[in-house]
Design a protein around this ligand. Structure first.
Ligand code: GUN
Ligand code: ZN
Length: 432
């Protein structure tokens, strides 16, 4: 039974961080052979129970939950850093032409390998990802995620109009493909399926209706899309769906608002939109590096909390500029400052970290499963080195509180801080 001795970070149910400077983390297999947390807490309190177990001692390191990325595009790994005047020209000039290459299975497999490796290198152990409109891209990503035992949710993008040749799909076939992929992959090992209309402007009414019907037939499958990201996009959606109360209302009209529905961005909302999110159980994937890079705007944290809908953090690569959860948390901090309703909202480092771990897991409907290191959770964790760079070493040595330590990591950290990413491995067969 693996037992670790190290500093240990985890979260209480209310989102506050629990930190043991000298902590113990004990793991053991469940009935499926997957490693789960058996015990987590202070070394002095728990170690007598594990006196006969070999201990991996990691002095100077911090064990923390693997990060959860609520929204990322696997086929945009190589689109990072493509500048444009805004979302729509960025899609037209860079993203759609690039995504058309994923029709070819071999290319998709090659990028899937890089993508999963990059997530793990950055400490991300659970991700909700877009593939492309080509079923081969979904096959490639699921296959690679399964090989690496990543907890991954993805789906075939639905986009049957206002999309160029090469990425546009056929309405009827797209729904047949979606259902076949759900049946083939949803619930296999750590994999889950997400019904994935790209965004309302690139789907016909028929395609959205079909997506909503599938969402009703498969209630534990996820839904993912984009909404209220950019002002030109919103204008376009309103022209195409004049009967809807708002852009978000389009998804509601087609049965696409429910628990396990994850909408990226959610920037330009009114309170009725926020209440619709809250009342349906849909959640927002807040994507600050993407929103800053594409000039989309600032997520209104105060508005979300006032009305009370769920959200968590996301990289949104390749609109987003980094796979690193540290970069995303720092950008979220800037956005909290800028988007504040002049009331001094300042996200604490504990809140930021929670939004990218246990909070994101809760928003995905995976509370108690991932994103935390409480007993019963799947044992996905990162080994962090708070002295990974000379400046970080100086800064973290001077930290006088947990907040100061976490802030130093968020502001100065990146992939260099992630010394190791450990995945809750299921064991197959008696000799594995
Ligand atoms: N809206 C529709 N497609 C996309 C996409 O690929 N990225 C972002 N950021 N927004 C979108
Ligand atoms: Zn996106």
């Amino acid at each position: 039974m693996p037992v670790y001795r190290s500093a240990l970070l985890r979260f209480a149910d209310d989102g506050t961080a629990l930190y043991d400077q000298d902590g113990l983390l004990a793991l053991g297999p469940d009935a499926q052979g997957r490693q789960r947390v058996l015990a987590a807490g202070a070394w002095h309190a728990l170690s007598p129970q594990y006196a006969h177990e070999p201990v991996t001692h990691l002095p100077g390191r911090i064990l923390a939950p693997g990060f959860v990325d609520m929204h990322i595009h696997f086929p945009q790994t190589d689109v990072i850093g493509s500048p444009a005047d805004g979302l729509l020209p960025w899609l037209e000039n860079y993203t759609f032409p690039h995504e058309s290459r994923f029709v070819e299975g071999g290319y998709a497999e090659q990028v899937a390998e890089v993508f999963v490796a990059e997530l793990l290198r950055n400490g991300v152990t659970t991700a909700l990802a877009f593939s492309t409109s080509h079923p081969a891209s979904v096959e490639a990503l699921f296959t690679e995620a399964r090989r690496q035992q990543l907890r991954l949710i993805t789906g075939k993008v639905l986009q049957d109009r206002h999309s160029p040749d090469g990425v546009r799909d056929d309405t009827e076939q797209s729904l047949i493909d979606t259902e076949a992929l759900i049946q083939r992959w949803h619930g296999v090992d750590r994999l889950g399926y997400a019904i994935t209309p790209r965004f309302a402007p690139t789907s016909t009414h028929e395609q959205l209706r079909g997506a909503g019907e599938l969402a009703a037939r498969y209630p534990d499958v996820w839904i993912q899309s984009h909404v209220a990201e950019n002002r030109d996009e919103i204008r376009w959606a309103r022209e195409l769906f004049p009967a809807a109360r708002s852009y978000l209302g389009v998804y509601d009209d087609f049965g696409l608002m429910r628990k396990r529905a994850v909408y990226a961005h959610c920037i330009h909302f009114d309170d009725d939109d926020r209440a619709l999110m809250r009342d349906t159980g849909a959640v927002a994937a807040v994507s600050p590096t993407s929103n800053l890079f594409l000039g989309s705007g600032f997520f209104d944290y105060a508005g979300a909390d006032r009305v009370g809908f769920g959200y968590g953090l996301a990289s949104d690569v390749g609109g987003g500029t980094s796979f690193s959860p540290f970069h995303t948390m720092l950008a979220a901090y800037y956005v909290g400052r800028e988007g504040q309703t002049k009331q001094g909202l300042s996200l604490s480092p504990q809140q930021l970290w929670w939004q990218h771990t246990a909070g994101a897991a809760r928003a995905l409907g995976l509370a108690g499963v991932v994103g935390n290191l409480q007993p019963g959770c799947e044992a996905d964790f990162v080994v962090l080195n708070p002295e990974a760079t000379p400046l970080l070493a100086r800064k973290t040595r001077q930290a006088r509180s947990l907040d100061e330590l976490l802030f130093a990591l968020i502001v100065l950290g990146d992939d260099r801080v992630v010394q190791e990413t450990v995945i809750s491995q299921a064991k197959y067969g008696s000799s594995a």
